[in-house]
Structure formats: C-alpha cells, structure tokens
Ligand binder design. Structure first.
Ligand code: C2E
Ligand code: CA
Ligand code: CA
Ligand code: CA
Length: 282
C-alpha cells in the first residue's frame, strides 16, 4: 500500500513527542520559523586529505525551535519535503551559503585555492523549472569563482527521472556549479550508471566510512569505490571521518577529501569567519 503523507507525519510526531502537545502542528510552525529567523545554516569543514588544508564547507540546516531546542536537519527536512516547504528552505540555504562563500573569498589570500560551499538539494527543488534559473541568477550576482557552489544530490533523486536529471545537471554545470553525488553507498548504489551524470565528486556515505577500521569487506568496497571514481575522472569526499585512523586510511587509498567530527562539527557562520581570520593571519 502507498504510504500517505499523513502516515509519515504521524511517525514523525511520535518520534518528536515532548511535554507540550497542545501547540500548532509542526508544519505550520516550520512555515513561521523561516520568517521568525529560527532557521540557521551551519557549516561543516571539508579537508583536503593530502595537504590537511581546509577546502570548503557543507551547509547544514538547523531549526532553533522555541520550546524543543535546536533541531537537526533529520528532524525536520522530511517534513519540509513532505509539505513543499523545502523549496523556500532550499532557496534560503542557497542564498545564505553563497553569500557566506563570497565573504570567505574576501578574507582569504588570493593565491589560496578558493573555498567551496556544498549545499544539499532535494527532489522537490531539483525538478522545479525555476530552481535552475534561480541558481543561475545567484551565481551571476555573487560573482564567485567557478566551482564555489557545489550541489549535493543523492542518487535516488537523480534516478527518479534520469533523463531529466541529466539535462538539469548539465545546465547547472554550465552556469558554474559543481556537482556531488551525495550519500553514495546507501541504497542501491551502482557505479555503473555514474558516467551518465556530470558529477564532479562522489560523496561516500558515512555508513561505509565508519566501518573502515573494522575487519570485513568495507575497506575493500571503499577502496574499489575510490579507484572506480578516479577511473571515471571524479574526486571522492568521505563523510563521517571521526578518527585519525579513518583519515589516514582514506588518505592512503587516495581519497581526496574528508568531512567529519575529526575535522570539525558543523559551526555557525560567525565561527567560520573567526576560523578564516585566524587562517588568513598565519
Ligand atoms: P548528509 O547530507 O549526509 O549530511 C551529513 C550529516 O552527517 C549531517 O547531519 C552532519 O552533521 C552529520 N555528520 C557530520 N560529520 C559526522 C561524523 O563524523 N559522524 C557522524 N555520526 N555524523 C556526522 P545533519 O546536519 O543532521 O543533516 C542530516 C541530513 O539532512 C543531511 O545528511 C542532509 O541529507 C539533510 N540536510 C541537511 N541540510 C539540508 C538542506 O539544507 N537541504 C536539504 N535538502 N537537506 C539537508
Ligand atoms: Ca550532504
Ligand atoms: Ca550522508
Ligand atoms: Ca543526505
């Protein structure tokens, strides 16, 4: 049976149940949260493994809920997708992220590789006619170096409509965005269709990385993914790098980038600015 939206919202509510049950449904709260500036964007560092240099950040949404406290993306993104609010949230995070990236470029030395900002895109956004135009205008307005904006797109999303996805992704690239295949290694991952899509980067999901130090087949799988990605001319970002051992292993197999608590948790725009100011003065 097809699961209705109501079902899923019900599951969501059950997981979220707190002492105050009498308030507005979370969906209308989320609608107001954007206007009331309760939604913030955090930035998690992504490091180039070979040089240990900061390479960019992934933008991640948070909701500072007045009574529930700070909600992680997993706690409200599904609801936002369900209700269509993800379109407005998505525009918000794109604008914020690009504005921040432009400000990073102003403080860092010119001879340094420009930092990129990676933004998650959901299916409700990708297949909308106006998103491509919106991104084109945004990129023209901020005049950031090519590749500054990376769009993270999951394989399940592109597989919803592969032909249309190829078209859209090709336009986005033409406008100067770079493209990352997100959450690789979850679901029915298959590298065989990868050459059809113009991705620049493969992001290996943390479920594959967190077991890399263990016995079993995971290191072999990880190594094969990296090797095949390279054969196809794509770079690899590993998520969920939590220990020095994870980082060394990934470096040893030629993975280009690492992201995870070992390098830093998602941080506020203000903290990023302080970090970059310290980098610039060294
Ligand atoms: P994701 O794209 O896989 O993002 C990585 C998630 O892993 C983030 O969770 C991040 O905080 C967490 N993480 C980072 N390093 C580590 C680590 O070393 N260990 C562990 N255990 N976790 C780590 P977060 O911020 O809760 O986001 C969850 C998901 O929500 C994201 O998964 C992404 O799919 C979605 N999301 C977040 N922001 C946005 C957004 O602006 N738009 C859309 N459409 N989705 C978003
Ligand atoms: Ca992501
Ligand atoms: Ca992931
Ligand atoms: Ca994801």
């Amino acid at each position: 049976a097809k699961r209705s939206g109501a079902d899923r919202i019900e599951i969501f509510n059950a997981a979220m149940r707190t002492e105050d049950e009498s308030h507005l449904p979370l969906e209308s709260e989320l609608r107001m949260a954007l206007d009331r500036q309760q939604i913030s964007v955090l930035y998690q560092p992504i490091t180039r493994l070979a040089s240990n240099q900061l390479a960019g950040f992934e933008a991640l949404l948070r909701w500072d809920h007045p009574t529930r406290g700070r909600l992680a993306a997993d706690d409200f993104i599904p609801l936002a997708e369900e209700s269509g609010l993800i379109v407005d949230l998505g525009s918000y995070v794109l604008n914020q992220a690009l504005e921040q990236a432009a400000s990073w470029h102003r403080v860092l030395p010119r001879d340094r590789d420009p930092l990129f900002v990676s933004v998650n895109v959901s299916s409700r956004q990708l297949f909308r006619q106006d998103m491509v135009q919106e991104i084109r205008l945004m990129l023209a307005r901020e005049s950031v170096p090519k590749g500054t904006l990376k769009l993270e797109i999951t394989e399940s999303l592109v597989m919803e409509n592969p032909e249309r996805a190829v078209e859209i992704l090709t336009w986005l690239k033409a406008y100067g965005a770079s493209l990352a295949l997100d959450d690789f290694g979850t679901g029915y991952s298959s590298l065989s269709y990868l050459h059809r899509f113009p991705f620049d980067v493969i992001k290996v999901d943390r479920s594959l990385v967190s077991e890399s130090a263990l016995d079993g087949q995971t290191p072999l799988i990880l190594r094969s993914v990296v090797a095949l990605a390279h054969e196809l001319g794509k770079e690899v970002v590993a998520e969920g790098v939590e220990t020095q051992a994870d980082a060394s292993y990934l470096r040893s197999i030629g993975c280009e980038f690492g992201q995870g608590y070992y390098y830093g948790e998602p941080m506020s725009a203000k903290d990023v600015a302080a970090l970059l100011a310290a980098l610039a003065s060294h």
